[in-house]
Design a protein around this ligand. Structure first.
Ligand SMILES: C[S@@+](CC[C@H](N)C(=O)[O-])C[C@H]1O[C@@H](n2cnc3c(N)ncnc32)[C@H](O)[C@@H]1O
Length: 256
């Protein structure tokens, strides 16, 4: 992958169970009986790889990611991995299942990317994708607002976190003419988070990374304080201290 590696597996995996849950829901619904090759695109630290291997015991399962820091954990668990940018990734042979959990939202140009991924599938192959759809929620909207307003605005001018994904209608228009079967659904998970400023810690593992990386640890302090205050107001803790974070995710399951 080109550019700096902004990922940190330890920060990302603080909410391991919550982040794995949509992957489990998606893997359970993949309509393929006996794939030979399964690729987890943007596999990160590889949390979904054992689940894919258990669901498809006869398949060769491999993880692809741009981040060496994330891949190191997947490789240490004994999985086949490859470092590549999803934007230019091309498999050596047609793939039976391309699975991607919480990764494709980091890439622009889904109008070209999704058809290209379909072309990487073998006949009867499945593209199974889950992407957060959170741009309108305070979690994401406040990041963009604070980035534009504070003394850090100039440094962050050109920094972009994950762009908004397309609408379900747009994915339908893009994919339905190209596949035999298309299923889509949206689930809003209610993540129950605990501890100090848990929403900030959640975002520090994902969507805040590009901002924090651009400012450095020292420069991020004011930004993080402003963001934490806004998150406490948007997602106040309940009587037992738990913070409920509603998290909307779009699922796309396309069979060629
Ligand atoms: C939020 S993590 C999800 C990781 C994993 N799929 C999971 O569910 O735990 C997003 C992952 O996408 C990867 N990623 C983002 N953009 C990428 C790109 N253009 N090429 C390759 N990997 C990319 C990041 O390196 C990161 O590991």
């Amino acid at each position: 992958m080109t550019g700096k590696d902004i990922w940190d597996a330890k920060t990302y995996l603080q909410f391991e169970d919550e982040r794995l849950r949509p992957a489990l829901d998606l893997i359970a619904r993949i309509p393929h009986e006996a794939p030979k090759l399964v690729v987890d695109l943007g596999c990160g630290a590889g949390n979904a790889l054992p689940v894919l291997a258990a669901r498809f015991p006869t398949a060769r399962v491999m993880g692809v990611d741009g981040s060496a820091a994330m891949l190191a954990k997947a490789a240490a668990a004994g999985f086949e991995t490859a470092q590549a940018d999803i934007g230019t990734w091309a498999p050596a042979a047609p793939v039976d299942v391309i699975f991607s959990n919480a990764a494709l939202q980091w890439l622009d140009g889904h109008e070209a990317l999704f058809p290209r991924l379909l072309e990487c599938l073998a006949p009867g192959g499945v593209l199974a994708v889950q992407m957060p759809s959170m741009h309108a929620a305070p979690l994401r909207a406040v990041q963009d607002r604070i980035a534009r307003e504070g003394p850090w605005a100039e440094v962050l001018q050109r920094v972009k976190s994950a762009p908004p994904i397309l609408s379900p209608e747009a994915y339908y228009a893009l994919l339905s003419p190209r596949v035999a079967k298309l299923e889509m659904w949206v689930t809003e998970y209610i993540h129950v988070l605990r501890g100090e400023d848990p929403v900030v810690r959640w975002a520090m593992g994902t969507s805040l990374r590009p901002f924090l990386d651009a400012m450095g640890a020292e420069g991020s302090k004011g930004f993080l304080a402003a963001y934490a205050a806004a998150m406490r107001a948007a997602y106040p803790p309940g009587p037992d201290g738990a913070v409920l974070l509603p998290f909307r995710r779009l699922f796309v399951l396309a069979r060629k």
